[in-house]
Design a protein around this ligand. Sequence first.
Ligand SMILES: *Cc1c(COP(=O)(O)O)cnc(C)c1O
Length: 428
Amino acid sequence: MIKYEKSRAAFAEAQRVIAGGVNSPVRAFKAVGGEPLFISRGKGPHIFDLDGNRYIDYVCSWGPLVLGHAHPAVVAALEKAMHDGLSFGAPTERETRLAEVICGAMPSIEKLRFVNSGTEATLSAIRLARGATGRDLIVKFAGCYHGHVDSLLVSAGSGALTLGRPSSPGIPAGVTGDTLVARYNDAAGIIKLAAAQGDRIAAIIVEPVAGNMGVVPPEPEFLVTLRKIADEHGIILIFDEVMTGFRVAWGGAQALYQVRPDLTTLGKIIGGGMPVGAYGGRRDLMDQISPDGPVYQAGTLAGNPLAMACGLATLEELSAAGTYEDLDAAGAKLAAGLTAAAKKAGVATFGTRVGSMLGTFFTAGPVRDYESATASDTEKFGRFFRGMLERGIYLAPSQFEAMFVSTVHGPAEIEATVVAAEEVFGTL
Ligand SMILES: *Cc1c(COP(=O)(O)O)cnc(C)c1O
């Protein structure tokens, strides 16, 4: 058995002064049993906990660390920026450079704004969509997560399409009353919805590859239908690419599936490990934001120099030829290994993958929406998670989070992960 004593003590200490002992709930390991590891450092594909245990990391800070931990080029860029001062609250050229790279990679983004998190990006995009259309209703899909924005923290009732109810105390019903919840991958459902209320809908917001109910890829006609419906009714289509941007392809899911949204939200990888978000899209929409337009949005630390430097260095590395082919090949190898290991052990799993984003659902599947995703055996996943952790493999501590491969997860790491999975599946 691996020893976790120092992590255990650190968690006890944290719980006295930090709510739940963590600064984001999924970190607490509640969904898988046990207690969180406290991390002391990371290097390449590995993280090390306080007790000195080493793990191959497939969380990668929940996606941003597509180059692995403490990548030399990123660290060097940060170091250089740091000596120039940490923040000015005034424009700097690095902001323009990073915006240029993003606009170049995603042609649907003609202009953008930097913010500090994915949550800020989606809430700002929603405000802009409402401001620009003069409409209040927004449509989201059950199982998609867009940060902890009040109006987007809704759960669906029964049925394919329902009026959102707040999924957390502290959110007035009035705030979610303008949010409609539809079923992911249900093109027919959205056509029906638009026929009834299309002219009252400001925006449809969607994860073009769902990554927050486990990984659920879009079915062929789904995103195309959203684009068509949005065009027919003057609805603003928002792709939330906070996770998929620069992850599933250089140009994000919109490049992979060739569907152009009106607005895109970004975060995670564009900050390379620093807190960053962005929203951007059609010029006529972005011109509605203050100071050019009437829709207010601001940020004291937005476009922070260190965050911009970190994001620029990360995207520069990612722009090298062959990066996404290599990420895809590594993801494919791992996915095939995991599927074969489960099959050999006779454990029912349903594997999903888009590039270096992977899901292993503990259900026979198929998984195509929230309902089928939540049919998974989460207790069995918990045992799988703990078995993998014991063998030095750090997975996301929830059935409903993605597994991320980075550019530094080489054949040795992937092979070791598959070997561990073969052992663990055999014990389930
Ligand atoms: C992570 C994530 C967010 C929220 O980003 P934060 O930086 O955690 O606020 C929003 N949307 C999607 C799709 C995400 O994966």
